[in-house]
Write a protein that binds this ligand. Sequence first.
Ligand code: UFG
Length: 328
Amino acid sequence: MARILVTGGAGYIGSNTVYLLRRHGHEVTVVDDLSRGHEHNIAGGSFHRLNLADTGGLERVLREGRFDGVIHFAAYIAVGESTQKPELYFANNVGGSISLFTAMQRAGVSKLVFSSTAAVYGTPERVPITEDFPFAPVSPYGESKVMVERILGWLDLYRGLRSVSLRYFNACGAVPGSGLGEEHDPETHLIPLVLRAIKTGKPITVFGDDYETHDGTCIRDYIHVGDLAEAHILAIEALLKGAPTDQFNCGTGRGRTVMEVIRAAEEVTGRKVPYVVGERRAGDPPVLVANSDKLRQRLGWKPQYCEISEIAATAWEFERAREPVPAA
Ligand code: UFG
């Protein structure tokens, strides 16, 4: 059993990680300012409503809880919004992280798992992507995560802060029985939008069908949120056993097109997905697929879900429980 502080524990991936950490027997405390997350998603443990800019408040929480480690999710995540409000993204994602690392240093907590992203690679020249691909972000969001990863490199060297950065590909799905699911506001992610289109009858827009892929739509590596949460638990446990600072891609290694996701949703729900084809969305790389061999080999990660239809089925269960679906 370890004592873990989770920042952003009211968000999508954070709340699932809290839920599974507690099932693994760890003691969890959540820090979240609820600016984007939801209080009803805090899956037990104690909770402090706090913004990361409050270094003193974080330091008090860290000292009182005598934590073994921190899992740091709290950040803004919308790529499009980050192009409209870059200052906000750098202040919150980079400034907030520096405040947290300062509080950790003062409180003597020296193990951290950091929520990074495939967006650090921008538009890669080829796939699958390994961790040694260069940083080449194409949005302030991606750049904010690069900056924090770089800061963590220096803090490893000069402060003895040991960290694991997990670079997520497309997190999706729901952990059965958890009551937790994807509830971003506004929602921008493909799978919940596809399922809501089925529910409401309002068509989703497919962003471009003229990419150089087998059906012309973008390819992504969809990873189940429960498998992603397990990667965080393996990472913090490895750090607590003395593992060094490192970075890992988190994906299944399988790429699926937007149309394949739509077909999988139709198969799982038995309903048609209403959609229209629109323009390409600015900044969308055509293909993003992870090579996650390092995560499997070094941390012993084994994803439970590899099929997009199985993942979509868990997301559909959540959507149905959240709001009953009218008969077709
Ligand atoms: N898509 C549509 N229509 C929609 C929404 C999405 O066609 O209404 C397409 C996108 O163009 C993309 C795919 O569905 O090809 C997945 O889009 P998402 O918005 O669900 O996810 P992204 O791949 O854009 O974003 C993810 C993470 C980000 C991360 C980014 C890296 O959510 O945090 O990958 O590129 F920054």
